[in-house]
Design a protein around this ligand. Sequence first.
Ligand code: GRG
Length: 308
Amino acid sequence: MTIDAFQTRLSDVAADTEKLLDRLLGNTPLENELSRPSRLLDAMRYVSLGGGKRFRPFLVVESAALFGVPNERALMAGAALECIHCYSLAHDDLPAMDNDDLRRGRPTAHRKFDEATAILAGDGLLTLAFDILSRTETHPSAVVRVALVGALARFSGLGGMVGGQILDLAAEGRFPGAEKPSSESDVRTLQAMKTGALIRFACVAGAILGEADSGKLAALDRYGRAVGQAFQIADDILDVEADAATLGKATGKDAAAGKATIVGVLGVAKAREKLAALVTEAGDALSSFGAKADILKAAARFVAERQT
Ligand code: GRG
């Protein structure tokens, strides 16, 4: 499977995800919703539509495809995950966090709207994610839906992405008197939480939707861990080497903020070696699926080689 074939598949999933999110974020209130206030809806749509690679939904769709899960179900779980991802970006850009002006080549949500609206847009997307997972459209089995809800909560919350974000802020020295995570192992843990956890969820969600046995679920989890780590290391390298116009966001911010990164700990050359090893690890994790998993193996290569 070439990177080009992978790119085509990624664009297809991105288009499907965009269409689905556009529908999920429609004007008409749903049962038990009193209204959908237009300012909040506009901000939620701004944060989640019209940009982004949709790499996480792609991972859900392709992991689920290994088990013959219908595309529409996987897209629902992918859309839920993308809501969490987009909320995290809007909150990460806030003045109290990274204080960024540019995201996906456009003004960040608090710049386009205002800080309170950007916070609420993130909150709205966070809760919408669990609403989406609870629907029978996502899976007819309540057991599967509860497993998805539980897994997304774990991977995105206290012991996952949100926990990773506070460790990241601690590593920047934001909390006077508190310990600064700075060793390679500290950095690996905070990155596995901040970035890796949602990517892991994407892969595990495919197995949950497919009601996979524990061996297959563990294989996708191992793949997701490797890809999640690779994704963050590639992001750290891009922060050092890419320019803001190509990336659609500010660069050079990690070093300026004193952020803990693998590039900071190991240097670019060693980080690149680590990246190559992780692509191999990701491929090995999927060996039991044979050629069916070629697209996921190509995805791991894409992560290592991506320029945006
Ligand atoms: C604020 C609760 C909270 C969490 C923030 C996601 C995150 C945690 C911080 C974002 C900071 C960052 C640059 C992390 C590196 C990896 C990452 C998540 C990059 C952005 O993801 P992409 O490249 O973005 O998939 P697109 O725009 O393609 O969706």
